[in-house]
Each structure stands twice: as C-alpha cells, then as structure tokens.
Design a protein around this ligand. Structure first.
Ligand SMILES: Cc1cc2nc3c(=O)[nH]c(=O)nc-3n(C[C@H](O)[C@H](O)[C@H](O)COP(=O)(O)O)c2cc1C
Length: 175
C-alpha cells in the first residue's frame, strides 16, 4: 500500500501524516457541493464548501467546516443560524460565484433564485436539498472551525447533486 510520497514533509507528531499527502488523498474523494449562507448585518453572505455531511439523525444535525483564518467562520458563528444548500448539477456557476470574494456580499445573491427564511437564512429555491440550521456548537479544530447545526427546517427539489473531485465540478454517472 502506498501511504506517503514524502514521509517527512509537514509532520508535527510521530504518528502524523503530511498535510500534502492528506490533501492528495482527499482529492480522490468525491464530495457534494454546498453553498452555506447566513446574514451579516442584515445582508446575505455565503461560501462554497465541500466539508459538509450529516453528523447525527437524532436530532437531525449537519456538520460544516469553515477555514478559521477567513471572516466567514466568525460571521456565521455570530449569526447563530446558517443555511445549507446542496447544489444541483445545473448550478456549477453558483458554486464558482460563491467560492470567491463576491460570495461574501449581497451581489452574489440573485433575488430571483434565493429566499430568506423567517429565521433569517438565505436558501436557494432550486437546491436539491436545503436546510435551515441553528448553531448548536462551533469549535476550533486546527485550521478550521467545526459547526454542528441542528436542522430546524428543510426542503428538496428535483435534480441530481453537483459533485467535486480532483479540482473539477462533476455530474453523477450511472454504472
Ligand atoms: C470546491 C470547493 C470547495 C471548498 N470547500 C471549502 C470548505 O469546505 N470550507 C471552507 O472554509 N472553504 C472551502 N472552499 C473555499 C471557499 O469557497 C473560498 O474560496 C475561500 O474561503 C476563499 O475566500 P476568500 O475569497 O475570502 O479568500 C472551497 C472552495 C471550492 C472551490
């Protein structure tokens, strides 16, 4: 089994793998693509992420990880609520829009596509699955802030999930 290309690079503890090897291994993994959203000073903000999955079913809870060195994590923590929008394979443009600075201001939110819930969370009408979450926990773990969000509302729309692997957005294929 090939484990490491350079066993010494970036190690911090005797049983640690290198950050580069970890990133390379994770590039092989297929992820769904999500735009997480929140309100900051009453304005919608959002970010494209792939570090998202179900944490627990009872209660329905999602786990989301945001880089700790960007303003987004602190703003989402301050909002106390966030939206999770699983994009469809017809929405790679939205993924691109929210993966750079414009996603942090209201201009990225096309008013024809988004609805702000009564709780104050922007949700994308055509997202294949969308969730309104309240922050149950937010804690720092290394480079990221880990959010546990309890789901307080949800909706679905027809379509297949947009995927990401090895630097490219992708569509689901059948065997
Ligand atoms: C496919 C993809 C997945 C990403 N996943 C995450 C993620 O899980 N967590 C995160 O904090 N940022 C993630 N990002 C990065 C953010 O979308 C954004 O690009 C980054 O925070 C840069 O923001 P800046 O414009 O403020 O520098 C991802 C970006 C892309 C394109």
């Amino acid at each position: 089994m090939t484990r490491r290309s350079d066993p010494g690079a970036g190690k911090t503890a005797p049983d640690a793998v290198s950050v580069d090897d970890y990133k390379t291994a994770m590039r092989h993994v297929v992820s769904p693509v999500v735009v997480v959203t929140w309100l900051h000073d009453g304005k919608p903000e959002g970010l494209t992420i792939t570090a998202i999955c179900s944490a627990t079913t009872e209660p329905p809870t999602l786990v989301v990880c945001l880089r700790g060195d960007k303003p987004a994590a602190e703003r989402m923590r301050a909002a106390g609520r966030f939206g999770v929008n699983f994009l469809s394979d017809e929405q790679p443009d939205i993924a691109r829009r929210f993966s750079s600075n414009p996603g942090h201001d209201g201009e990225a939110f096309d008013p024809g596509l988004w609805t702000v819930t009564p709780g104050g969370v922007p949700l994308l009408d055509r997202a294949v699955s969308r969730f309104d979450c309240v922050v149950e926990q937010a804690f720092e773990q290394g480079s990221h802030v880990v959010f546990l969000g309890r789901v307080t509302d949800l909706a679905t729309a027809p379509g297949a999930s947009l995927l990401y692997r090895d630097g490219f957005f992708r569509r689901l294929g059948t065997e």
